[in-house]
Design a protein around this ligand. Structure first.
Ligand SMILES: Nc1ncnc2c1ncn2[C@@H]1O[C@H](COP(=O)(O)OP(=O)(O)OP(=O)(O)O)[C@@H](O)[C@H]1O
Ligand SMILES: [Mg+2]
Length: 452
């Protein structure tokens, strides 16, 4: 049976009428019965055959497995998009508003959603900038670059260029305040060149204390946005990786902003333990951010993610194919894209069938084993790998660290370096005190399938 979401041309063959009609419409608009039209009319049967045999054309494969790759259809995220719409609207009206933080496992679509939020802000003519946090790297310079970009977006619409220059002077001072004291020749060589050709201001956002400096910088940026009648949105991906001191400074600056109602928001995305990271740094962070945990797509959304892009290419799937795909991808967006991509290339014709999925599955799985699982596994040290294998043996739910120690016949304390290393590499997270889980969906299954 062909899938319920009709493509308008569900089964091969239905296209002829369609082309016929299109041809007729063209003909009506431009009634020039030339030799050329009759030439094509004669060629039509051969052309149809050619088109039919290429209905599932690899060149037009719409699916997009890859980190942060924009999916052909952003399925199942309407609630989050609506929530963010409300956030933008409230901030624009000067209402007190909590900012948003998206959390979820690897490959679930956090980066993509963050980018969609950014597009929404840009559509409202907001200034936007984005950073990707890295362990052991201060956010000072990345934040400076991101805000520089946001202000550049607003500058052409600002009536007073000196207000922009004034802000850029503060921004430059902020960026440079984190540097080694002047005088050390090395520091001069590495002096940040932000492409800001105004002199650095003095006495604002340049104390060297990130909490004070960020607060002042955010307040000033928000005030420039107010002049233009819009807001600024700073997007932070992999937010759990921000070093502890910087997280605390960022929360404090957001807290300050939320109190004075400036139109600047920080929107974050990170792994499921991000809320715990934030509340460990500032207890009020729970009230500061609205958390949205995103997860695997439900059946309807997963089908939509597959069918809508296919429909645009006049291709569809049978119900049995959709059942098989949901069974394989389990609704995880990365897997949905990865399986669909291979299946499309394998399928000879539309509708795509369960048989096509069966043929494609081994190739899709081996691509995932290398690109999605293997690349992460390779980052772990031998001790960390032992730790993960022990976790995998214990099942797919969060497991007690003490059980991992028992499994390895070791003292829990001796395993702390491996556990901490894995958390830092973003391969596992601590779901609750004393429990650990994989950040990568199906990672346990992958490890169990590996030869010992
Ligand atoms: N809502 C969605 N519908 C369909 N496909 C999606 C959706 N969200 C994400 N994807 C696809 O899933 C893949 C992973 O998305 P993304 O990189 O945003 O995940 P992530 O959560 O940021 O992962 P990571 O934690 O590894 O950074 C991409 O190929 C993307 O196209
Ligand atoms: Mg991401």
């Amino acid at each position: 049976m062909v899938a319920a979401v009709s493509t308008g041309r569900p089964v091969a063959g239905g296209g002829h009428d369609d082309l016929e009609k299109r041809g007729a419409r063209c003909g009506a608009a431009r009634p020039v019965a030339t030799r050329r039209t009759s030439f094509y009319a004669n060629l039509r049967p051969q052309l149809y055959r050619l088109i039919e045999s290429e209905t599932v054309d690899p060149v037009r494969n719409p699916y997009a497995p890859g980190a942060g790759q924009r999916p052909p259809e952003l399925a199942g995220r309407d609630r989050e998009l609506q929530q963010f719409e409300v956030v933008l609207e409230r901030v624009a009206r000067g209402r007190p508003e909590r900012s948003m933080i998206i959390t979820g496992l690897r490959g679930v679509g956090k980066t993509v959603l963050l980018n969609a939020f950014r597009s929404m802000a840009i559509q409202r003519l907001w200034g936007t900038g984005k950073i990707e946090a890295r362990p052991d790297q201060s956010i000072r310079r990345p934040v400076a670059s991101a805000l520089h970009m946001a202000i550049r977006e607003l500058a052409p619409r600002h009536r007073a260029p000196d207000r922009i220059e004034e802000f850029l002077g503060v921004l430059k001072a902020f960026a440079q305040a984190g540097e080694e004291p002047a005088g050390k020749s090395k520091a001069r060589v590495h002096r940040w060149q932000p492409g800001i050709d105004v002199p650095a201001a003095r006495g604002r956002a340049d104390s060297g204390d990130l909490e004070i400096d960020l607060t002042e910088l955010f307040v000033d940026a928000a005030s420039v946005a107010t002049d233009v009648g819009v807001g600024i949105s700073l997007f932070v991906d992999e937010m759990q990786d921000i070093p502890a001191d910087d997280v605390s400074a960022l929360c404090a600056a957001c807290h300050e902003l939320s109190q004075n109602g400036g139109p600047l928001i920080v929107v974050g995305a990170g792994l499921p333990h991000l809320p715990a990271v934030l509340s460990a740094s500032k207890s009020y962070s729970e009230r500061l951010f609205r958390y949205a945990r995103i997860d695997r797509l439900d059946r309807e959304s997963a089908d939509f993610a597959l069918l809508a892009p296919a429909q645009r290419e006049d291709v569809t799937f049978t119900e049995e194919a959709l059942d098989a795909l949901y069974g394989a991808a389990d609704g995880y967006p990365y897997f949905v894209q990865a399986y669909a991509k291979v299946v499309w290339d394998v399928a000879p014709d539309t509708p795509i069938t369960a048989d096509d999925i069966r043929v494609a599955a081994p190739e899709a799985e081996s691509e995932l084993a290398v690109g999605f699982f293997g690349s992460r596994y390779d980052r772990a040290t031998p001790a960390e790998r032992d730790y993960m294998r022990a976790m995998a043996t214990l099942g797919d739910d969060p497991v007690p660290t003490s059980a991992v120690a028992d499994e390895l016949g070791r003292k829990p304390s001796s395993l702390s370096p491996a556990r901490d290393g894995l958390i830092k590499k973003g391969l596992i997270y601590s779901a609750e005190r004393g429990l650990v889980a994989f950040t990568v969906p199906h990672f346990g299954k992958f490890l169990r399938a590996q030869p010992a």
